[in-house]
Write a protein that binds this ligand. Structure first.
Ligand code: APR
Ligand code: PHB
Length: 398
């Protein structure tokens, strides 16, 4: 079976879905293919923080109704170290900006519903996906649907298939340069049915390692613990997880305790920084996790996908309106400038907050001094806050 569309999109994560939705609003046709089921992508637990600009974009695109009803708007975060808490207030430091805590899978559900409501096409559960002929002006995506060979002919291919996808791997040899960093730790994440421990996120640094208290709703909490990269989840029964969460978030005066509850889900996520350059070749454009991964400490993953899609949509709209290819040609450079700033911020938050087994006594003192400085200087707090709520989408000219 062969179909024809303007933009063929590989991957129904936040990047691919948002692109399809924004293109449709601009009158540009697309088809999304996804190798997992709809149920799987709608229930996969991932990131949860939206920058001010990303939440505004969802609003402007008509996707904000449930986010406003069920998401939480946070005006700050707490950094806790040496058993004391320090709040960083976002609106007062950033000219009124804040963050929205709303699960990535909820964003995914909202966009899928919006696409189907207007007759959009998403093929779930496809297999054997390959991208072809993107060096010329008639690229194709080939795959199997219900076991049958299928094909999408298009003008452009958007590779939105995440870190493990095939689009990045399909670039010809020698085109891409990869930059990466692994960290000597991972996160054990849990979803717990329990009351909220705090009305804002708490990032803690302790001699036992890092912990993060986040949330999904007043009754559903998302908590993380720093663990070893090769940690066996089997070694972490629920009572050990709770004991470590309590130990790593305790305050000096004993006044803080996390309300415990049943753990519904647990898993270990590796920590990695990764970027490929460039993010385009011929008529194949990469966006989101397939082009870059950040360690989750800066809460940037989903936001970077949204920012790439904002650029790609603007470039495709300019091309279809007037044939102007300049924004398409500059797509990678425009994205990467902001991506690298988010990489820097994510690396900095990660190294500032985690216990690194290789650190010398000098490093430990430097790390404590950094936490002390960041929570004590208005200039330093402003630097953290403006990155956390999101740098502007439009970079100033160099
Ligand atoms: N063919 C079709 N779909 C594929 C293929 C393939 N060969 N390989 C992967 N996919 C799908 C995945 O199943 C997934 O649904 O592509 C989608 C990619 O989505 P994400 O991994 O969510 O990536 P992205 O849309 O870039 O969003 C980035 O995801 O991992 C988080 O923290 C990250 O929040 C960030 C966000
Ligand atoms: C989350 O809620 O999943 C979350 C929040 C903040 C982070 C990372 C993850 O830095």
């Amino acid at each position: 079976m062969a179909e024809r569309t303007q933009v063929g999109i590989v991957g129904a994560g936040p990047a691919g879905l948002l692109l399809s939705h924004l293109l449709a609003r601009a009158g540009i046709d697309s088809i999304v293919i996804e190798d997992r089921s709809r149920d799987y992508v709608e229930n996969r637990i991932r990131a949860g923080v939206l920058e001010q600009g990303a939440a505004d974009m969802l609003d402007e695109a008509g996707l904000g109704a449930r986010m406003h009803a069920e998401g939480q708007f946070h005006d700050g975060i707490e950094i806790r170290f040496q058993r004391r808490g320090h709040r960083i207030d976002f609106p007062s430091l950033t000219g009124g900006k804040r963050i929205t805590v709303y699960g990535q899978q909820e964003v995914v559900k909202d966009i899928i519903a919006a696409r189907f409501a207007v007759g959009g096409t998403i093929h779930f559960e496809v297999s054997d996906v390959a991208v072809r002929d993107f060096d010329g002006d008639k690229p194709r995506i080939v795959f199997r649907k219900d076991g049958q060979p299928s094909e999408i002919e298009c003008d452009f291919i958007a590779g939105c298939d995440g870190f493990h996808g095939i689009c990045r791997l399909s670039f010809p040899d020698g085109v891409l340069t990869a930059f990466d960093r692994d960290y000597p730790f991972a996160w054990l994440g849990i979803l717990s049915e329990s009351p909220q421990a705090s009305h804002e996120l708490i990032y803690t640094h302790t001699d036992d390692g890092f912990a993060l208290l986040s949330t999904r709703s007043p009754t559903l909490q998302r908590y993380y613990l720093q663990v070893a990269p090769d940690e066996d989840i089997g070694e972490w029964p629920d009572d050990r997880i709770w004991a470590q969460l309590q130990a790593r978030t305790a305050l000096a005066d004993g006044s803080f305790r996390i309300p415990e509850g049943p753990i519904l889900q647990k898993g270990i996520t590796p920590m990695r920084s990764f970027v490929v350059e460039p993010m385009q070749h011929g008529r194949l454009f990469l966006a989101g996790d397939c082009a870059h991964i950040v360690p989750p400490t800066g809460a940037k993953g989903m936001n970077l996908a949204v920012a790439d899609i904002r650029n790609l949509t603007a470039a495709l709209v300019a091309f279809y309106r007037s044939g102007d290819q300049r924004l398409l040609d500059g797509y990678s450079a425009r994205c990467l400038r902001r991506v690298w700033k988010a990489q820097r911020f994510s690396w900095w938050m990660t190294t500032m907050l985690h216990l690194n087994p290789a650190d010398s006594p000098f490093d430990k003192h430097r790390q404590t001094a950094e936490l002390d400085y960041v929570t004590g200087s208005e200039a330093a707090m402003t630097a953290l806050a403006e990155n956390y709520v999101g740098l502007p989408f439009n970079e100033p000219e160099l």
